[in-house]
Design a protein around this ligand. Structure first.
Ligand SMILES: C[S@@+](CC[C@H](N)C(=O)[O-])C[C@H]1O[C@@H](n2cnc3c(N)ncnc32)[C@H](O)[C@@H]1O
Length: 224
């Protein structure tokens, strides 16, 4: 099962039942107020990092107990985000993960080649292994026609695999082009995404339809 809801997640999250999802994995606008890629694309909600943080409080309500939430952020907002989460949300900050993109970004001098992922817990989650390293390495895409911030499925899949089991529900309230959903579907998890820009809702729905049929093909291959 997968579903992309078109709307503002601050409103749409309120309509989801409490304790109904097993993992929140999301990549909100970082709040850098910047245009990206050669064609200078902007995304909604990028004026400041608050939109993602406001959604966090509501994700806590819809997340089941003893479950995790992973939240991408720009390292330059680390102090602000960490303070906000500890003070104004009931989540426990478990750790930070680093996505090593293998390639430096633009700039001069010390140039970043990483992004960060905040790992939060509600209750005491159990993990599907003895532990996983908090550095995830995956080369970033150089251009993205579908979405300027499309994340590699290979970064999202291990997080889903370590924290959920097949049939669990993964929620991404800032779904963009649906990468979290693709990773969830490929691993046999259900997925709910929320996205406010209709053009990305369409991209995500098309990608998820493809991911689902990949899954069906795998199942057919396994059965043969
Ligand atoms: C950083 S992008 C997510 C990209 C995604 N991880 C991917 O791989 O395609 C954040 C997305 O959140 C959406 N967004 C911004 N504010 C929103 C809101 N209030 N409710 C729902 N979606 C929102 C933007 O349109 C954008 O597509």
């Amino acid at each position: 099962m997968h579903k992309i809801i078109h709307g503002d997640c601050i409103q749409e999250l309120k309509k989801l039942p409490g304790e109904s999802v097993d993992l929140v994995l999301t990549d909100p606008p970082y709040g850098n107020d910047q245009a990206y890629c050669l064609d200078k694309r902007r995304i909604a909600g990028d004026e400041h990092p608050l939109i993602g943080l406001l959604a966090l409080a509501e994700t806590y309500r819809v997340l089941r107990r003893n479950r995790c939430c992973f939240f991408f952020l720009d390292a330059k907002h680390l102090a602000f985000v960490d303070t906000f989460v500890r003070r104004y949300t009931p989540y426990r900050v478990r750790s930070y993960c680093v996505w090593d993109k293998r390639m430096m970004g633009l700039g001069y001098g010390i140039r970043p080649r990483h992004e960060m992922i905040l790992a939060l817990e509600k209750g005491k989650p159990s993990y599907n292994c003895d532990g996983f390293a908090n550095v995830l390495t995956q080369t970033r895409a150089l251009t993205n026609r579908e979405h300027p911030h499309k994340k590699p499925v290979e970064i999202l899949a291990p997080i889903i695999a370590h924290t959920t089991v097949p049939g669990d529900v993964v929620l991404d309230p800032f779904a963009g082009s649906g990468s979290t959903g693709v990773a969830a579907m490929q691993l046999g998890r259900d997925f709910i995404g929320i996205e406010c820009a209709f053009k990305y809702v369409q991209v995500a729905r098309a990608r998820l339809a493809g991911a689902q049929s990949d899954g069906a093909n795998d199942a057919l291959r396994d059965a043969a």
